[in-house]
Design a binder for this molecule. Structure first.
Ligand code: NAD
Ligand code: SER
Length: 320
């Protein structure tokens, strides 16, 4: 891994993962890119390239210009936005991915990492301790694109020896960059509203239990899989990783320990239907066995850290 290209680097995960790459591999070796042009000062130390991943020529120029040998492909449309515009989700998540795969083969990319998601599961999957291998027939376009990505990972690994890796991320909780149109976004929004107004209206139902992960664990999991010895990996683009599972009600109760007057009510919308067929928890024994995955953050630690950091960001006086 000498020169890394990160697509979708201005998003929730990219904006934190890329900084960890800077620290580990040197900012001169991390090229960040996104379709958006306003970097909001996130990357003062990196070369930033504006590129739309559906533009294969534009992507190729960047790969050649910087002698890229590792690609972290994060550009995507997430679940809720994907249901509002399914064709756009397919176009960016699949046509964009195929461009990245094509160029990875053409330019002998050493390692390609593409996230998958808990959205690969569906009504016929086992939704408690969802197994690594189970029926994957999601009922969202986003889920369909993620299952397709996982299948492409296996296909291009076997046929072209492409070292393609990926994690089925749970809902990611973080405070630096807001999430971009997913079903688990509520679990981030709740902190802002709890601190600003003391009340949150949740778009999922009170009992929707989903797997979640705090950003430091997400970054660490990604780097651990990226750096894992290829020979130890028995899966390609589809590792289940677990950290914690909770309902909006559980999260509200944890927030109330620090903000006792916090209230929550529920006005479920179309995202409730998406969450309904996502797992409550996942079996991550393959990730544990193959590359030593262990989560560090539980709900209690996440809530404390989020409240402190979101309060700082909002310039609200708050102490634990
Ligand atoms: P995000 O929406 O926050 O960021 C995606 C970024 O991609 C944005 O900055 C956007 O501008 C960019 N982008 C969109 N279309 C593009 C295009 N055509 N060309 C180039 N850039 C484009 O998403 P994220 O949460 O950072 O997710 C990153 C990856 O992780 C995605 O593959 C997502 O499916 C996956 N994932 C995320 C979560 C989560 O909870 N955040 C959970 C599971 C999987
Ligand atoms: N957090 C993501 C979403 O809600 C899961 O892939 O879309």
């Amino acid at each position: 891994m000498k020169k890394i290209l990160v697509t979708g680097a201005l998003g929730q995960i990219g904006s934190e993962l890329s900084h960890e790459f800077n620290a580990r591999y040197g900012n001169e070796n991390v090229i960040v890119s996104d379709v958006m042009v306003d970097t909001k000062g996130i990357y003062p130390e990196n070369v930033f390239e504006k590129v739309d991943v559906t533009d294969v020529d534009g992507l190729e120029k960047i790969i050649k210009r910087h002698n890229i040998d590792t690609i972290i492909h994060l550009a995507a449309i997430l679940s809720a936005r994907g249901e509002q515009d399914p064709e756009l989700a397919w176009h960016i998540n699949i046509d964009g991915l195929l461009n990245v795969i094509r160029l990875s083969i053409k330019h002998n990319i050493d390692r390609l990492m593409v996230p998958s998601s808990i959205a690969v599961f569906g009504p016929q999957s086992t939704l408690y301790n969802a197994p690594q291998e189970t029926i994957l027939k999601p009922n969202t376009m986003y889920g369909i694109t993620k299952v397709t990505g996982e299948l492409l990972a296996d296909y291009y690994y076997k046929k072209y020896n492409l070292d393609f890796r990926g994690i089925r991320y749970p809902g990611i909780i973080s405070h630096k960059t807001m999430p971009g149109g997913g079903t688990t976004d509520y679990a981030v929004e709740i902190f802002y509203e709890a601190l600003k107004t003391g009340h949150y209206t949740c778009f999922l139902s009170s009992e929707a239990c989903l797997p979640m992960m705090y950003m430091p664990d997400c970054v660490r999991a990604t780097i651990e899989l990226l750096e894992a010895d290829r020979t130890s990996l028995k899966h390609r683009g589809d590792y289940n990783v677990g950290a914690m599972s909770f309902t909006p009600e559980d999260q509200a109760a944890e927030i109330r320990k620090y903000l006792p007057n916090f209230t929550i009510d529920y006005q479920p919308d179309f995202r409730r239907e998406i969450a309904k067929y996502w797992p409550a928890s996942v079996d991550d024994s393959s990730a544990c066995a193959d590359w030593g995955w262990r989560p560090q953050y539980n709900l209690e630690m996440t809530v404390k850290d989020m409240l402190v950091n979101v309060a700082k960001k909002l310039e609200i006086d708050f102490k634990i």
